[in-house]
Design a protein around this ligand. Sequence first.
Ligand SMILES: NC(=O)c1ccc[n+]([C@@H]2O[C@H](COP(=O)([O-])OP(=O)(O)OC[C@H]3O[C@@H](n4cnc5c(N)ncnc54)[C@H](OP(=O)(O)O)[C@@H]3O)[C@@H](O)[C@H]2O)c1
Length: 292
Amino acid sequence: MSLLSNHLRAFLGSTFVRKVTAGGHNRQHSLVRSMASAVACKRLVGKVAVVTASSEGIGFAIAKRLGNEGAHVVISSRKQANVDKALKELRDANLSVSGMVCHVGKAEHRTKLISETVAKHGGIDILVSNAAVNPAMGPFLETTEDQWDKIFDVNVKATFLLIKECVPHMKTRKGASIVIVSSISGFSPFNVLGAYSVSKTTLLGLTKTLAAECGPMGVRVNCIAPGIIKTKFSEALWGEETFLKQSLMTASIKRAGEPEECAGTVAFLCSDDASYINGENILITGGMQSRL
Ligand SMILES: NC(=O)c1ccc[n+]([C@@H]2O[C@H](COP(=O)([O-])OP(=O)(O)OC[C@H]3O[C@@H](n4cnc5c(N)ncnc54)[C@H](OP(=O)(O)O)[C@@H]3O)[C@@H](O)[C@H]2O)c1
């Protein structure tokens, strides 16, 4: 984070930023929290959902929301301790969940995630591909081949291979849905996150291409592109007020988003309320400018 902060400092400099009032932010924040705790719809009862990278952050919020809407959710991430902690919190909230370790970059982990889910729960209705890494910060042209390979292996290749392996188990289900997590940086690249941004742009193309092929099989494939959402991953972008103001320059809602604000959109996309939506991308950015 400090590395990113330093790079951001260097790149952002002292550019003028618009004022964000702390009072306004706090009011909106508590509104988001109360909305999230008041989920009343049960659109996903009987569904089996797999969410990658779901022991914290956006993935955890998605898992919680899908569970709240009635799905059985299989959570996963690289570390058993993180999975166990998340499982406890979700079970304490009376949700139907199970979990296992899955580093999405490892073929044997992906296969186990899918085969165990199918063996224990009879199939897969929902897949949320949420995992991503970013080992490179700084000028794009300084990205090393190793960094490029890691970013594309985890963010793009693993997403494709996971979906490829899941679809045979999904096309036999009614109303199956896949959601890929991209980013605003896929539309408007972040200065210091060049390769990561390109990988997120690639996910937009992946979504369209998969949707065209999977739609006729009865499996919808859509995408979300979050803006600045308050998680560990993006702390350098929202942790310091100066950076947050700079990051939100083109946003019309002058605050960082909450993971729950991504989760509601994913639940919608996975539900029959979105039964005629395929190959789309929904930006969750507080109105940040986005155009490819
Ligand atoms: N936060 C934002 O502002 C923002 C904006 C746009 C897009 N996004 C996207 O949203 C997604 C989630 O980000 P986040 O902000 O929620 O991150 P986060 O809060 O840092 O959470 C990351 C989660 O991913 C898991 N994880 C990391 N590497 C993994 C891997 N290779 N395989 C499986 N699990 C892995 C972590 O658990 P373990 O450590 O146990 O693996 C953790 O559960 C990413 O695709 C990111 O690009 C985030």
